[in-house]
Design a protein around this ligand. Structure first.
Ligand SMILES: [Zn+2]
Length: 209
């Protein structure tokens, strides 16, 4: 986003900033508002508009999110208590919230999720910061990440070798999944040997190390 609209409120004379296209900003008389470059906002003591600002405002104003919200395989909801957006796919639940009072958004991942949870149940669980994603001003980017992440996770559950390996990031995820799969395989072999040795202690003599 490169420009914003700053308006002066009638009551307190305070400055309020809006996203372009805000319903309320459009109704303000030209003499009470001005356009400003996004980067120049820091020099102005203005608060975000209650309609178009923050996570909730982003969900209202962002047309690509409106398109996504009509899709079956993803749900995007605003939850007032936590002032956050919750993005749910069939296998994952994610939280997007404002990062340290900036105009950036950070991404959080629910530790455990099952597809039947209601929004309230999903929001009440424990989340961890998704550390490989930096806070960004673009919620679209975060949603793209979420979709790619959960799609890849589903492939890994089936067979990690089907993961795409075109970009550097994809190759990195492939290697991660490969390491994890090998670790899991080693663990299974260990468990198996322990079982065999328990049933027949003489088997232990056969092991090399
Ligand atoms: Zn506004």
């Amino acid at each position: 986003m490169c420009t914003i609209i700053v308006s002066k409120s009638h009551k307190k004379g305070e400055l309020i900033y809006h996203k372009p296209g805000c319903f309320y900003a459009n109704r303000i008389k030209p003499e009470r508002k001005m356009s400003l470059a996004w980067k120049d906002l820091w020099g102005v003591n203005a608060r975000p508009c209650r309609y178009c600002g923050g996570v909730r405002g982003e969900l209202r104003m962002n047309t690509s999110i409106a398109g996504l919200r009509r899709q079956q395989d993803i749900s995007i909801d605003y939850e007032k208590r936590t002032d956050a957006a919750y993005v749910r796919t069939d296998i994952g639940c994610w939280k997007i919230c404002v990062w340290k009072k900036t105009d950036m958004y950070a991404l959080w991942h629910r530790n455990v999720y099952d597809g039947d949870m209601s929004l309230e149940q999903a929001a009440a669980g424990a989340f961890h910061r998704q550390m490989d994603v930096k806070p960004t001003s673009s919620i679209d980017k975060l949603i793209n990440y979420i979709t790619a992440h959960d799609k890849a996770k589903k492939i890994i559950r089936e067979d990690y070798r089907k993961l795409p390996q075109h970009t550097a990031r994809q190759k990195m995820y492939y290697r991660q999944a490969e390491r994890r799969a090998k670790r899991a395989a080693r663990h299974r072999v260990d468990v198996l040997f322990n079982l065999i040795e328990k049933q027949d202690p003489s088997m232990k003599a056969l092991s090399v190390c």
